[in-house]
Design a protein around this ligand. Structure first.
Ligand code: NAD
Length: 278
């Protein structure tokens, strides 16, 4: 399986498809990640708050896959933005992962009420410069947050990892990314199963036309939009299904029909608004 890569502003390449382990139970993580690696996934998205970095690390160690063929992301949790906490936090994550560096380290949420995300971002720049992460980025940042960190540090994040799926397409942030060479990572790419995405007409029609599952159609839409995705599943058949999206292409008309599913007013969001996570 050949998974396409995108080049981040850091100059490092990221596989456009990965495996995200949010809500994968700690006790099942090594098995699930090992299975993903054996299927051909090389990009794993975890976070300190997911509580499963050890399982990711155990799977990496057992795999024997050369370090430079893997792309590992983890994230700084909200209560560790202040002082030198980001430095302590990334070192704890690296210990759990059994790694000397991660490929991407993200500020998980801006927590605007605490007003410390600029400090957290400045610390990530130091951690990147110290070699602890190859690339750095943010997650759940709104345009006001992005504008502010760039104004205060001069550094644009390599990625912004945001909730994004057909009903919630985040067009303003996507446009900001295009203008500023920041890639978009789409979390909840399948809408977290919280609305009947797979039953929507354009998804269903493309699924029939290409003899692919609705999940494969939606993931393929993300890939053709240029987004980075890491759908979560603990089932090996779905891990395989989700990676089997590189042998077909949606037509311009099919892409446009899925584009038209955006609620347009933010009402398609299935999880919390970043301003409300503090
Ligand atoms: P998702 O859209 O990937 O949905 C996951 C759900 O879809 C699972 O319950 C699974 O059962 C189902 N599913 C997966 N493959 C399927 C298939 N082929 N057919 C039918 N159903 C299928 O949502 P997610 O897990 O929230 O997002 C993916 C990843 O994004 C996470 O694992 C995590 O790494 C990341 N994430 C980041 C944040 C953040 O704040 N940065 C928040 C949530 C998730």
């Amino acid at each position: 399986m050949t998974i396409p890569t995108l080049t981040l502003r850091s100059g490092h390449d990221i596989p456009q498809l990965g495996y995200g382990v949010f809500k994968v139970p700690a006790g099942d993580t090594q098995r699930a990640v090992s299975e993903a690696l054996s299927i051909g996934y090389r990009h794993i998205d975890t976070a300190a708050i997911y509580g499963n970095e050890e399982g990711v690390g155990a799977a990496i160690a057992a795999s024997g896959i050369p370090r430079d063929e893997l792309f590992i992301t983890t994230k700084l949790w909200n209560d560790r933005h202040d002082g030198d906490e980001p430095n302590a936090a990334i070192r704890e994550s690296l210990d759990k992962l059994g790694l000397e560096h991660v490929d991407l380290y993200l500020v998980h949420w801006p927590t605007p009420a605490a007003d410390n995300y600029v400090h957290a971002w400045a610390k990530l720049i130091e951690l990147r410069d110290a070699g602890l992460s190859r690339s750095i980025g943010v997650s759940n940042f709104e345009i006001a947050h992005l504008d502010r960190i760039v104004a205060e540090t001069g550094e644009v994040p390599a990625v912004n990892q945001i909730e994004l799926h057909p009903a919630h397409q985040q067009r303003e942030i996507v446009a900001w990314g295009q203008q500023n060479d920041m890639h978009i990572e789409a979390w909840g790419p399948l809408g977290q199963g919280k609305y009947d995405l797979f039953g929507l007409e354009p998804v269903h029609e493309a699924s029939v036309a290409h003899e692919k599952t609705p999940a494969q159609v939606v993931l393929r839409w993300h890939i053709q939009k240029g987004f980075i995705v890491f759908p979560k599943s603990v089932r090996s058949e779905r891990l395989r299904e989700n990676a089997d999206i590189f042998d077909f292409a949606l037509s311009d008309a099919e892409m446009a029909a899925i584009d038209a599913l955006d609620a347009g007013d933010g009402s398609g969001r299935v999880s919390a608004h970043p301003n409300d996570v503090n």
